[in-house]
Design a protein around this ligand. Structure first.
Ligand SMILES: Cc1cc2nc3c(=O)[nH]c(=O)nc-3n(C[C@H](O)[C@H](O)[C@H](O)COP(=O)(O)O)c2cc1C
Length: 157
């Protein structure tokens, strides 16, 4: 069973934070030890294989990560740590009105984590702010299947 999840939040106006809060409640209810952490407080040392990671970030500018995720992204890109034992899920918040850069903040995290050798669990959840749906509700639905996948990989260990 999955014992520990760290939710890493990249946000500008708080939507990703709301997603993190909702998922923290749900995971906590499953008896999982959950930490929700803002990316501006993080270094790459956060990545430890005892935990599964859930990256939850929005997109700003022209397909950039939000301001509070910039340093963390730069550290990953520049130092390319060996993350072969790390598993993560990904929630990307964006808006389809930005057709050329839809959810690119999350995709940039996916690209760099893959380059570092980390293994993604499940498909990326992409939330479209122009759809009128609440990101935390979509994330809650998505998280059930994601948790099942996490349990399966944890059993293989
Ligand atoms: C100035 C601005 C630029 C944005 N740029 C993009 C973009 O390039 N691509 C995208 O998919 N979404 C873009 N968005 C949409 C946000 O990522 C989306 O609204 C998201 O839900 C915000 O989440 P947050 O409150 O956690 O920051 C942009 C929003 C604003 C206000």
């Amino acid at each position: 069973m999955t014992k520990q999840i760290k939710i890493l939040i990249g946000t500008m106006t708080g939507n990703a934070q709301l997603v993190g809060q909702e998922l923290e409640l749900r995971f906590d209810g499953e008896g999982i030890q959950v930490d929700t952490l803002d990316m501006d407080k993080l270094t790459i040392d956060i990545f430890h294989p005892d935990s599964i990671f859930l990256i939850c970030t929005s997109t700003y500018g022209q397909g950039d990560v939000p301001d509070n995720a910039r340093d963390f992204m730069a550290a990953l890109t520049e130092s390319k740590p060996d993350l072969k034992k790390i598993r993560y899920g990904l929630i990307a918040l964006g808006d389809r009105t930005y057709a050329e850069t839809y959810c690119f903040g999350g995709k940039r995290f996916d690209d760099v984590l893959q380059e570092c050798g980390a293994e993604r669990i499940g498909d990326i959840l992409m939330h479209d702010a122009s759809s009128g749906t609440m990101p935390e509700e979509e994330a809650a639905d998505w998280s059930e299947g994601w948790l099942d996948l996490c349990d399966r990989v944890s059993l293989d260990d």
